[in-house]
Design a binder for this molecule. Structure first.
Ligand code: ZN
Length: 139
């Protein structure tokens, strides 16, 4: 990451803190991009002109996911590292399935059909599952 920013007037100005020109909007004019390292080892990007971290990553030929370490650990907080149980792809597949259920139910309701009790319970479970997926993705 830092080696890619070297051509953008990268300079260090503190421990784990750098500044560079924003590759997404600034080119080589002005030092508008703050670069830092988060507690988890993730690269933190902040463009003062308002570019999203994703835009900056793309301008460097990287994906947003490249800014995060392969395995998140929490050394600084002292909490044990938690392993993800699902891959991002699996989480999205499950999310897709829950969304399909919601669409089917709303189509039934739009057609004037009342949802029966088991379906309502299934929908509540679906909401709980999506909430679990959110926690999982942030783990
Ligand atoms: Zn920018």
């Amino acid at each position: 990451m830092l080696s890619r920013l070297e051509s953008y007037k990268l300079r260090q100005y503190g421990r784990d803190r750098w500044r560079a020109c924003c590759p997404a909007c600034g080119g080589t004019n002005g030092s508008k991009l703050s670069v830092g390292e988060g507690d988890s080892g993730a690269v933190l990007l902040r463009c003062w002109a308002g570019c999203e971290a994703e835009q900056v990553a793309h301008a460097l030929g990287l994906e947003l996911t490249d800014l995060f370490p392969p395995k998140l650990t929490h050394h600084s907080s002292g909490k044990p590292a938690r392993r993800r149980m699902l891959s991002a792809g699996q989480a999205l597949d499950l999310l897709d399935a829950e969304m399909t259920l919601a669409i089917v139910c709303s189509a039934d309701m739009a057609a004037g059909k009342a949802l029966d009790e088991p379906t309502r319970e299934r929908l509540l479970k679906s909401a709980a599952r999506v909430s679990m997926l959110k926690d999982e993705a942030r783990a």
